[in-house]
Design a protein around this ligand. Structure first.
Ligand SMILES: *Cc1c(COP(=O)(O)O)cnc(C)c1O
Length: 418
């Protein structure tokens, strides 16, 4: 008997090498990209399973292919668990990604050219919230709201003013780079007043929402979209939740509207992740994500870093590096040399180009999964501070990389996994 991995090593040594090198990179470095996480080995097993062989166009018990009775069990479990986890009326677990979940909602409810009000990309919104280079911005007429210059928080007066003025068919809340809790009830008040549908894209904060550490948005939203791979800690993928009245429209647009066959191995892996997320320990994990983000934010503030909105309510923070005379690009590069992975990120009202930026985004989900707690977050802040003071010093980055590797060796990611 051989494992799938052994077959891979024999069949394709080049890809096997990528696989082992990437595992080593993940084990030895500190992952601070806010949208990343580390899945449970059981999720890995499902994602790498023979379910990838199966075509299952359609939905459970109503497929266009024979032989779906086994994979139907997986999709039923994924749907039931997702509904229990979020308390929503209906869920579609087939979207291949968060972007496709958003595409599904827009195309299910709107016509090309319709107006959507969403958060400005440069203030923390996502590409699929109306970027000119994205399908969303090409097909629909997006109007954008942003954050206030004084405190970095969403300007709800701006949202209301633009909703009254443009009468959007849909309002989108949710973001990719926003460190504060988003108030779905306040958005619904505006959507209700102006006759708009409300969609909340919880791609980043899904784990916090599922565990109710952020206020439950389900009662206020017509649609909730998410990824399954960020704080939710599942396989790479997307999902749409909605009120019962929109269930048919959503299912019809996901398939046959925008996708063909669902990825049944990924749907099985989603089911596993949802099962894990329903366990009480998942709430403890989400609480630690918050505690770790706060510990890092406080420590960085102590070193004189300027955090957008002065802190965080979630798993991420945005550091405005302008008071340190640094760019996001330079900082991302230096931190990477030291084994700390972050992404450069525009800050609100940024004056640098998107490929340079004035900020970095830092998140706690992945390091929390590997077991880091407040003391480790303080060490990370100290490393970031040292590097920021001497950003060109390659020897310093190399020395810190050694310290990072030593710390990581005490917090293995896939300990005991063959
Ligand atoms: C990550 C993200 C998405 C898209 O997810 P993909 O799976 O990368 O397509 C959508 N919306 C928001 C707010 C996100 O942060």
């Amino acid at each position: 008997m051989k494992t799938a991995k052994q077959f891979l090593a024999e069949t394709d040594p080049e890809i096997y090498d990528v696989f082992t090198s990437e595992r080593k990179r993940q084990e030895e470095g500190i992952e601070l990209i806010a949208s990343e996480n580390v899945v449970h080995p059981a999720v890995l097993a499902a994602a790498g399973s023979v379910l990838t062989n199966k075509y299952a166009e359609g939905y459970p018990h109503a497929r266009y292919y024979g032989g779906c009775e086994v994979v139907d069990v997986a999709e039923d479990l994924a749907r039931d668990r997702a509904k229990r986890l979020f308390g929503c009326d209906h869920v579609n677990v087939q979207p291949h990604s968060g972007s496709q979940a958003n595409m599904a909602v827009y195309l299910a409810m709107l016509r090309p050219g319709d107006t959507i009000l969403a958060m400005d990309l440069s203030h923390g919104g996502h590409l699929t919230h109306g970027s000119a280079v994205n399908f969303s911005g090409k097909i629909f007429n997006f109007v954008h709201y942003g954050v206030k210059r004084e405190d970095g928080r969403i300007d709800m007066d701006d949202v209301e003013k633009k909703a009254m003025e443009h009468k959007p068919r849909m309002i989108v809340c949710g973001a990719s780079a926003y460190p504060r809790e988003i108030d779905a009830e306040a958005f619904q008040r505006i959507a209700g007043k102006t006759g708009a549908l409300l969609m909340f894209d919880i791609a980043h904060i899904a784990g916090l929402v599922a565990t109710k550490l952020h206020k439950d948005p389900v009662p206020w939203c017509d649609f909730i979209t998410t990824t399954t791979h960020k704080t939710l800690r599942g396989p790479r993928g997307g999902m749409v939740m909605c009120k019962a009245e929109h269930a048919k429209a959503v299912d019809k647009i996901v398939f046959p509207g925008i996708q063909g066959g669902p990825l049944m191995h990924i749907i099985a892996a989603k089911a596993v992740a949802f099962k894990l997320a329903l366990e009480p320990s998942f709430k403890d994990y989400q609480k630690q994500i918050l505690a770790n983000a706060k510990a890092l934010a406080d420590a960085l503030t102590g070193y004189g870093f300027d955090l957008v909105s002065k802190g965080t309510d979630n798993h991420m923070m945005l550091v405005d590096l302008r008071n340190k005379g640094l760019t996001g690009k330079a900082m991302e590069h230096a931190l990477n040399e030291a084994g700390l992975t972050v992404n450069k990120n525009a800050v609100p009202f940024d004056t640098e180009k998107p490929m340079i930026t004035s900020g970095i985004r830092i998140g706690s989900p992945a390091v929390t999964t590997r077991g880091f707690k407040e003391p480790e977050m303080k060490r990370i802040a100290a490393w970031i501070d040292r590097i920021s003071k001497d950003i060109e010093n390659e020897a310093l980055c190399a020395a810190i990389k050694g310290e990072v590797k030593e710390l990581c060796s005490r917090f293995p990611i896939y300990d005991g996994l063959a």
